[in-house]
Design a protein around this ligand. Structure first.
Ligand code: BMA
Length: 309
């Protein structure tokens, strides 16, 4: 059963845009890519798992945002001090925020029995990533850095994890990107499709009506934990305040490429970019296995959110 299209997001007709078989090497899955503009092209930082289920990040670039060239080698990403002590972590789900001329990357690092931590790095070239010295404290993941300071502080959304691995979106602030605090929950509404988790997805987009966010949310069914995408508007000066948050999701896993794979019934985004014609390309993964695209515009999403007030 496919929902009749009625929301603001439209699937690209030639989905998926990158599958394991499209990669220039043998791999198991390609998913949860961060996205940005880099040197006049859309750049995806792909999460690629090999058949040992080890993850590396690979760059893919595209002029039209639809057809991507994938690098044959992963990016170079040295260890943090935390990983030197605890052992190399499993790093995954990059988010990319450009501030000035520098790209800031946030991701999760799974440190085995130490838990899941937020890692950060910077890059200018996407060849080498320069890690921050330390990972954050567990258990947290899905950090998404705002593209500008808020009230003079860096700000991020993230998803601290409860003992049962549920979690909700929080906002935190930092004077220097090292020390984070003044944390507040973002009071998104509880719905039947976010009973387990809700977490930040793409980088917040500044609009005159507030920060537009696209986030993921999950609810358990008897056979899987289903992931959905949803949109909301947050206050520009205090993103813990929700201006508008529709109670409908904007994307659910319905197509075979979203329902079949290593994690069935999952749609998950880590990046969206605005194209020159105003289209907002939302890159998302289907079933933790392949990269897909859905399109909308910022204006449409804002209107959709505001209609829910
Ligand atoms: C989350 C993360 C993501 C993954 C998602 C769905 O907790 O681990 O990397 O895409 O689950 O399986």
């Amino acid at each position: 059963m496919i929902l009749k299209q009625q929301g603001p997001l439209e699937r690209y007709e030639n989905n998926p845009i990158l599958s394991p078989e499209d990669m220039p090497f043998h791999c198991y899955s390609v998913f949860n890519a961060g996205a940005t503009w880099f040197k006049g092209k859309v750049l995806l930082l792909l999460r690629v798992e090999n058949c040992k289920r080890e993850t590396d990040f690979y760059v893919a670039t595209s002029k039209d945002g639809l057809h991507f060239d994938v690098a044959t080698k992963p990016v170079i990403y040295p260890l943090t001090e935390t990983e030197k002590l605890c052992g190399k972590g499993h790093r995954f789900d990059m988010r990319i925020t450009k501030i000035g001329n520098l790209y800031y990357l946030c991701h999760a690092t799974w440190l085995g029995h130490w838990g899941s931590c937020i890692g950060m790095a910077t890059t200018r070239d996407f060849v080498t990533l320069k890690p921050f010295r330390h990972l954050g404290q567990p258990s947290n993941r899905n950090a998404v850095l705002f593209p500008e300071k808020i009230n003079g502080m860096y700000a991020r959304l993230d998803r601290p994890q409860n003992i049962d691995s549920s979690g909700r979106v929080w906002v935190s602030y930092s004077p220097d990107l090292e020390f984070w605090g003044q944390s507040m929950p973002v009071n998104l509404p509880l719905t039947p499709w976010n009973t387990a988790k809700s977490g930040p997805g793409a980088i917040p987009i500044k609009t005159s009506k507030g920060w537009l966010i696209i986030y993921h949310a999950t609810a358990k069914t008897c056979s899987s934990e289903n992931y959905y995408l949803a949109a909301a508007l947050l206050d520009l000066k205090d993103p813990s305040k929700v201006i508008a948050a529709p109670r409908d999701f904007i994307l659910a896993a319905e197509k075979p490429y979203e329902c079949m794979g290593q994690s069935p019934n999952v749609v998950f985004t880590a990046g969206a970019v605005e194209m020159p014609d105003g289209t907002l390309n939302v890159y998302y993964a289907g079933a933790d296995t392949r990269m897909c695209l859905a399109t909308t515009t910022v204006q449409k999403l804002v209107k959709y959110c505001l209609a829910a007030r």
